[in-house]
Ligand binder design. Sequence first.
Ligand SMILES: Nc1ncnc2c1ncn2[C@@H]1O[C@H](COP(=O)(O)OP(=O)(O)OP(=O)(O)O)[C@@H](O)[C@H]1O
Length: 533
Amino acid sequence: MMDTPHPPHAAGGQGCHFCPTHSLNLLQLSALYAVSQVLNRTLDTADMLREMLRVLHDEAGLTHGLIAVVEPDSGALMVHSLHHPQAPQPETVRYQPGEGILGLLLEQPRTVMLKRVADEPRFLNRLGVYAPHLPFIAVPIKVGSAVCGVLAVQPEDEDDGLLSDRGQFVEMVANLIGKSVQLAREVAQERHALIEERDSLRRTVRQQFGFDNVAGHSASMRRVFDQARQVARWNTTVLIRGETGTGKELIANAIHYHSPRSRHALVKLNCAALPENLLETELFGHERGAFTGAVDTHKGRFEQAHGGTLFLDEIGEISSAFQAKLLRVLQEGEFERVGGSRTIRVDVRVIAATHRDLEAAVDAGEFREDLFYRLNVMPLFLPPLRERIEDIPDIAQHLLGKIGQAQGRKLRMTDAAISRLAAHHWPGNVRELENCLERAAVLSEDGRIDVGLICFPGARERGNARPAAARPAPAMHAAPPSVDDPSLSERERVIAALEQAGWVQAKAARLLGMTPRQIAYRIQTLNIEVKQL
Ligand SMILES: Nc1ncnc2c1ncn2[C@@H]1O[C@H](COP(=O)(O)OP(=O)(O)OP(=O)(O)O)[C@@H](O)[C@H]1O
């Protein structure tokens, strides 16, 4: 086994039986050890330089240590640190290239060693700290081949014939300082680049998930935008309500990315997608060993969203027992992980969404009234698409832009196609419109979408539309069947609902009046292959 390394002992001082050179070497070895510790301790260059001068003084008998650095703008040497009890404000002293001994090192970067500093005519003693009868050593500090500063010291004894050994030691220290400065610069540059990249990514995310991503200019949508922008600034809990596919999640995104919390995470959870026990561990996390298979501690969504926003979709679907647990976090901002006893405090803004009539659920005793009021601090209502038909051209254009971008071509739609869209009932709202346009885009050879390419899984038209049967069927594509079509087998009905809901099972379940678990069971037993869109 190896011993822990100890610093080499200085051999100078009383009773040493080594020759002077050997004693000096041992002293310098010990000092070098202290220098390496300074380099190891800090990445803060200013701190490191000050500490270095102290070590040279305390451990190597090199006094009046000075470090001057080249100013990038002027090219002059500015005194950065000076080890002297009555040192003047060092930053006020500068040397131009060629000026004094230090300035000379900028023009001729090599080590200068003087036996008596007062004998050198270039010696300016501008700092007024040097002893004229003592030697003087000045060494350039280089980053690569460029001089970035100067290290100067005065050995505390008169010339003892060991000046060149001392000079070599100071060169060694200057080289180590140069390497450390280079490393600190590279770290700073990398950090700067990372910050720039992070800020640019933040701007992109904000654009992608902000209000620009939500199309529509109807009066009802303008009201939603106004309210959402207003509430975004505060920590208020928001309850977004509206039918499936009306854009609730989109609005939640926009609120988060326009809020002061946008630098932190937006964490999402669909409450209908998980059974209660999983929902609890997903939201609150669990401790290691909390249950079979809990091999590690797991942070729940509340913890992941600390400082940011938690979006709880389908909040109307949670059980009464779970409603009580959620209420506690919302009220007190604290909870325990499953299997844990430590109370965890979080700072999370909650945005919840539901398609359910929560007031009716409260009346029916299915949803806690206190939780309802806790969530309903700022309600936002997203109107169904059929009640804002004037938004259809805008939204369709926006969606075609996105689909076209994914397909790498420009898509355009005829007026007749838009009229046909406006005549539809839109039970699946904007999600259904998105699917309808994607289908049409896939079927379009030349990027032009005419009325013949518009077809709906659900055939409920608004009053002013032509009946579905009278519509010309697209030549290469039959309209997908309707969920309501009584002639469909159960398997076809489930597939039609999934199609209509964009293959989001929880939504398809709602169209069929089933629970998410029931539809999952049907998908399995009817052997339906689930599409990942
Ligand atoms: N106003 C809009 N402008 C552009 N796209 C929209 C708009 N509203 C909804 N969408 C698009 O429709 C789809 C469904 O939107 P979103 O998921 O936000 O709806 P939702 O109300 O949360 O649905 P659900 O209740 O089923 O979870 C998404 O692909 C979304 O991008």
